[in-house]
Write a protein that binds this ligand. Structure first.
Ligand code: IPM
Ligand code: MN
Length: 355
């Protein structure tokens, strides 16, 4: 089998962590008689610096030919002052829209060797295995009207939280279908006590839920969910939520697993899917060779499972990561005080050797 992967290293630690994921993918390819072709393109601040926009046409033109996209990270303080549409984040939002990616899967699983790295007590986090299904194509991220209006001496900032029934239906189906491959429980998270968009969300998810009588469904308000994620994280299996709540809750879910440097993600639509670590570009440690590549390596595993439909090969990547952790290797972000650490490249080598 032949696959084309579009690699968008991006900014900060992005290039360092994507090259380790590619190292691991190449090892998987050798073992599974796959041929992987890589094409590289610009996104984010790196694209802005090179060609003046965060999502160049050349990058978008390469998407249709790709079987999957692997993205590193985008953003950095040097681009924070740029106008709307020019910031690195616009590049990411633009490619999500361009590829029609509406379902963002963010699994948060506590790996046993890392229980001590969690800021929460062992008895709270042990065994946590949840996935946030974040609606990625709508809501306040894309709703109009939006903007900053100048009326006289004062200004008004506007964003619009908006959901239409079909947008809720398709993400609800994605969540229920995923739950069927897991522990068959969906928790839908909204703010239906205040927001009409959430009332429609709840009504629609309830209706779609009737098509999945084998999946348990419950609802939480987002503030309560934020609390339960740190008090009773084991109660969650699939968490279904909108774009902005999913953004916030997935960082919270990530940190309870010990390090945001561990969390992968997949963004799915009807065509080419995109895989990226949940963490950002970490400009403070960029270029130092100390970033944790495991989130990107695990994102590559999601690619192998979901885009290449090779669950066994994907499982081999996940097992290799677990093995490395069991053997005690740690990057700085997941090390206990005083524990020796390995760098980005060494961590990538260790995983690749165990495939
Ligand atoms: C994420 C990020 C992005 C988002 C930013 C960089 C636009 O925080 O993927 O979670 O808000 O979706
Ligand atoms: Mn985020």
């Amino acid at each position: 089998m032949n696959y084309r992967i579009l690699v968008l290293p991006g900014d900060g630690v992005g290039p360092e962590v994507t090259s380790e994921a590619i190292k691991v993918l190449n090892r998987v390819a050798e073992r599974n008689q796959l041929t992987l072709h890589y094409e590289y393109a610009l996104i984010g601040g790196a694209a802005y610096d090179a060609v003046g926009v965060p999502l160049p046409k050349e990058t978008m033109a390469l998407c249709p030919g790709a079987d999957a996209v692997l993205l590193g990270a985008i953003g950095g303080p040097q681009w924070d002052q740029l106008g709307p549409g020019l910031r690195p984040e616009s590049g990411l939002l633009g490619i999500r829209a361009h590829l029609g990616l509406y379902a963002n899967l963010r699994p948060a699983k506590v790996s046993t060797p890392l229980v001590e790295a969690s800021p929460l007590k062992r008895e709270v986090v042990e065994g946590v295995d949840l996935v946030i299904v974040r609606e990625l194509a709508g809501g306040i991220y894309y709703g109009t009207p939006r903007g900053i209006i100048e009326d006289g001496p004062q200004k008004t900032g506007i964003n619009t939280e908006i959901y239409r029934t079909p947008e809720i239906e398709r993400i609800a189906h994605a969540a229920f279908q995923l739950a069927r491959k897991r522990r068959r429980k969906v928790t839908s998270v909204d703010k239906a006590n205040v927001l009409e968009s959430s009332q429609l969300w709840r009504e629609t998810v309830t209706r779609i839920g009737r098509e999945y009588p084998d999946v348990a469904l419950d609802f939480l308000y987002v503030d309560n969910c934020a609390m339960q994620l740190v008090t009773h994280p084991r109660r969650f299996d699939v968490v279904l939520t909108n774009n902005i709540f999913g953004d916030i809750l997935s960082d919270e879910a990530a940190v309870i697993t010990g390090s945001i440097g561990m969390l992968p993600s997949a963004s799915l639509g009807t065509g080419t899917a995109l895989y990226e670590p949940v963490h950002g570009s970490a400009p403070d440690i960029a270029g130092k060779g100390i970033a944790n590549p495991l989130a990107t390596i695990l994102s590559a595993a999601m690619m192998v499972e979901l885009s290449f439909q090779l669950p066994e090969a994907a499982g081999r990547i996940v097992s290799a990561v677990e093995k490395v952790l069991e053997e005690g290797y740690r990057t700085a972000d997941i090390a206990s005080p005083g524990q020796p650490t390995v760098g980005t490249v060494e961590m990538g080598d260790l995983v690749a050797e165990r495939i």
